[in-house]
Design a protein around this ligand. Structure first.
Ligand code: NDP
Length: 478
């Protein structure tokens, strides 16, 4: 007997929706189930609302900056409830758009939980449904850490629906979410303490970026507690007493744990199909999206590899092409650019200095400067840009930036790096003046060779000693 559908996608997040729509576009009979909200984490409790909140925080800082440009903007009061209501309206609109796109593409959309009964049968909203092929696109969820009183901490899913902005916020974690929310809350006027167990936030990122971010966060008023974690939370009336592993005690109105995410596989019925998972519950995949069961595939955060929305979309799109269409787009998943919307933001692509050094000598070009805006605003804020270049081939292996517009700038650079551009290609590119971005094509003087021992990189002005005119911040002509 033929199956009800050619393809059944479990999970209506960015990856699942793209996979379903593209497969339907190729003529497949497609169904998709989503139990919570269309658009998944990214649209509802992730990238999109987070970015809107980052923008909200930036307005407050920009209002203060404007004084240096002659404006007498009075310090305003931020209305948290108004922000959340506006954000909810926009997210509601996006949910509707996702749903309409699915309907328009001819997919059958179930607003229900789907679980696997066997490799071809699902239970969807209490009814059996069969499919030739199944895609697991159930994403991930925030981890709730374990320590006495951890139940008094919120996680990122909750942060988007707080009724008001607490005055004193303690954030646990040094990853993407912790540093992004530290910037949001601090920019909106809260007192923020950031607790992380490494010497610097953002383990795995380039060391210079990590140092510059820690410095920028401190300059922006965020109190940093490196090499520490939370030992216990004790409620004291409506407040919380937060005991740190280093013995410090903080008083807070809100504690927010951002200690990572785990794949959503519990209760999915994988054990009834033979789909293998790792110790964290991530679906094991080989050759892109193939699981250990031939007709079942997995894409996006449920595989816990590169947990980024555009990666899930690329995986979903190319899987649908492979299964039902003509050969599709070829995605460069080796050097995927990523951004951290901290304050200031980070954009990064390719190898860090230490990763490159493991492969052979690398030329390092680094600049750090006060961006033009802050020469007048007076805000203590520096931009850092860095290129990591293979000494032998002169190929640019990595580009890293902390500073305003870094994510926008790195998108373009990631094309060059994925296309194999060399330092000479960067050098012969004429800059756009006056921008910060032009610094990437005017970095003439090598700062050091990795793996040479790291020397003190910055002088008392915060300017690398080896740097020439490129450190002027507005792309001074050479
Ligand atoms: P991350 O994995 O980025 O960071 C988790 C942080 O929590 C790390 O600093 C980690 O420390 C720390 N940690 C983990 N367990 C504990 C513990 N038991 N006690 C104390 N600290 C702990 O997770 P996030 O939650 O920040 O984000 C999840 C993922 O979501 C990201 O990895 C990213 O893939 C994605 N994301 C992407 C964004 C973007 O693209 N802009 C934005 C937000 C999220 P240590 O380093 O020591 O392990």
């Amino acid at each position: 007997m033929p199956c009800d559908f050619d393809l059944f996608v479990i999970g209506g997040g960015s990856g699942g929706v793209r996979c379903a729509r593209v497969a339907a576009g190729h003529g497949a009979r497609v169904a998709i189930a989503e139990a919570r909200f269309w658009g998944g984490t990214c649209v509802n409790v992730g990238c999109v609302p987070k970015k809107l909140m980052v923008m909200a925080a930036e307005y407050g800082l920009a209002a203060r900056d404007s004084h240096g440009f002659g404006w007498d903007t009075p310090p305003g009061r931020h209305d948290w409830a108004a922000l959340i209501a506006a954000k909810d309206r926009e997210i509601g609109r996006l949910n509707g758009t996702y749903r309409r796109l699915l309907d328009g593409s001819g997919c059958t959309a179930f607003e229900a939980r789907a679980t696997l009964l066997d490799a071809h049968t699902l239970e969807v909203g209490g009814k059996p449904v069969t499919a030739e092929r199944i895609v697991l696109a159930t994403g991930g969820r925030p981890v709730r850490p374990q320590f006495p009183g951890a139940e008094h901490a919120i996680v990122s899913d909750d942060a988007f629906f707080l009724p008001d902005l607490p005055r004193r916020i303690v954030l646990l974690g040094g990853g993407y979410i912790a540093v992004e929310f530290a910037g949001i809350f601090s920019g909106l006027g809260a007192e923020v303490d950031l607790i992380y167990r490494q010497p610097l936030p953002l383990r795995g990122f380039d060391e210079d970026l990590r140092e510059a971010l820690a410095e920028a966060m401190q300059a922006g008023g965020i109190r940093l507690h490196p090499a520490a974690t939370i030992a216990a939370i004790e409620p004291v009336g409506s407040a919380k007493r937060v005991v740190l592993s280093d013995g410090d005690v903080l008083e807070a109105d809100l504690v927010f744990a951002a200690t990572g995410r785990l794949p959503n596989t519990a209760g999915l019925g994988l054990e009834r199909t033979g789909v293998a998972t790792d110790g964290l519950g991530a679906v094991l995949v080989h050759d892109a999206a193939e699981t250990t069961v031939p007709n079942i595939y997995a894409i996006g955060d449920v595989t816990n590899r590169l947990n980024l929305t555009p990666v899930a979309i690329a995986e979903g799109h190319s899987l649908a092409d492979r299964l039902f269409g003509p050969a599709g787009r070829d995605w460069a998943l080796e050097a995927v650019a990523t951004a951290v919307f901290s304050s200031p933001p980070i954009g990064t692509v390719g190898l860090t200095e230490s990763e490159a050094a493991l492969r052979g000598p690398a030329d390092i070009y680094l600049t750090r400067f006060t961006p033009m805006r802050h020469t007048l605003s007076g805000r203590a804020r520096k931009t850092l840009m860095k290129l990591v270049v293979c000494q032998r081939t002169q190929r640019v292996l990595g580009a890293h930036m902390l500073g305003e517009d870094a994510p926008e700038i790195l998108q373009g650079l990631s094309i060059a790096i994925n296309a194999g551009a060399t330092k000479q290609d960067f050098d012969r590119t004429v800059g756009i003046h006056p921008t910060a971005a032009e610094e990437f094509v005017t970095l003439r003087t090598r700062t050091r060779v990795a793996p040479a021992p790291m020397v003190a990189e910055l002088d008392s002005e915060g300017t690398p000693a080896a740097m020439g005119a490129a450190g002027m911040g507005v792309g001074a002509p050479e």
